[in-house]
Design a protein around this ligand. Structure first.
Ligand code: IVH
Length: 334
């Protein structure tokens, strides 16, 4: 087989870069920068060059999102860091009690900022990046071990195959929620009903069923999405020493992830309350399902003092969710 010239190698790298940028603008920023026809043309050019010079194929190439062979089964993998779940759903009264409790544990700290995030009603995923390249995607499972579903995770266009970092850490783990937008869920169920198959009960079940499909081509057609909300990294890259959850979310966005836009840094519990109240009703306007709000202490140093650490590998951090008892869709009831 002919060896690619330097020129061909550069052309392949350039095509990949252009396609990655265009996909990021489309799937993450929701702000397309390229006509579909142009994208398809560049994609086909890359495919042709890769088939002429298979040596140039890399796992992060945009052509490598969908595998050609279905999996036989999903191996079980142990998580580098366990995935915890929220056991308590708090109401607004309990939120104040939680603040009192942590203040007693850190009496010198009276004011601390919180980060409020929507609790996305999907399926938690743990993504492992080695030297900036996605090498593993796993379901939560029982929190200690999950199923390795990397081929399916790779089809989710809002999950970068390669991080946009010049000097990526050796190991980086991203946590977040995979979900099906409501319109996708409806489209999927219409298809099921037309085919005489039982429909999915709700978007979360539909997302779970999709993630566990053995054929990644089927997964690719279902248009799952992913919101990132946590990251852990190893190595000592000073640019990425993070001080807070707010910084972590912003860094995740810079790395190429879709991070929920409705996050808010709240300077006080009053602001947290207002956020919860707003989203209690506003959530019905969203194109995806949520089931509460996750409230996190913003400052990692404070989290650490309270017994939660940001180091890799180590435990998770305190987060709470609120539930309005009259509304079974709110809060953490899994
Ligand atoms: S933080 C303690 N942030 O809710 C671990 N979780 O029981 C909490 N979830 O299945 C992780 N949106 O996957 C966090 N913005 C968010 C979230 C979120 C949804 C899920 C999480 C887990 C459940 C917590």
């Amino acid at each position: 087989m002919a060896e690619p010239t330097l020129e061909i190698q550069q052309q392949v790298a350039q095509l990949r870069h252009q396609l990655q940028q265009a996909a990021y603008a489309y799937y993450v920023l929701d702000n397309p920068v390229m006509e579909d026809g142009v994208y398809d043309q560049l994609y086909r050019q890359l495919q042709t060059l890769e088939s002429q010079y298979p040596r140039l194929i890399t796992p992060d190439s945009p052509t490598q999102r969908v595998g050609d062979r279905p999996a036989e089964q999903f191996p079980s993998v142990r998580h580098n860091i366990p995935l915890y779940s929220l056991e308590n759903a708090f109401n607004l009264q309990e939120l104040a009690e939680w603040q009192e409790r942590w203040r007693r544990q850190a009496p010198d700290v009276q004011e601390a900022a919180y980060v409020c995030e929507l609790k996305i009603d999907g399926n938690a995923l743990a993504l492992t990046y080695e030297n900036g390249i996605l090498v593993r995607g796993a379901t939560r499972g029982d929190g200690v071990s999950g199923e390795e579903i990397t081929a399916n995770v790779r089809t989710i266009r809002s999950i970068p195959l390669k991080l946009t970092l010049d000097f990526p850490p050796p190991l980086l783990e991203v946590r977040g929620e995979a979900f099906l937008p409501i319109t996708e869920f409806e489209r999927l169920n219409q298809g099921k009903i037309a085919a005489g198959e039982p429909p999915f009960a709700n978007p979360r079940n539909a997302a779970a069923g999709t993630l566990r499909q053995l054929d990644s081509q089927v997964v690719s057609r279902r248009r799952l999405q992913f919101f990132a909300y946590t990251l852990y990294f190893s190595g000592n890259n000073p640019e990425h020493i993070l001080k807070s959850q707010w910084d972590a979310l912003n860094l995740l966005q810079r790395l190429g992830f879709l991070v929920n836009l409705h996050r808010q840094r709240c300077p006080s519990l009053d602001a947290v309350r207002a956020y919860c109240e707003t989203w209690d009703t506003k959530r019905h306007e969203l194109p995806y399902m949520t089931d509460g709000v996750v409230v996190k202490l913003d400052d990692f140093a404070l989290q650490q003092r309270l017994g939660f650490t940001q180091n890799f590998p180590a435990g998770d951090r305190p987060q709470i969710s609120r539930r309005r008892s009259s509304d079974p869709h709110q809060g953490n009831h899994r």
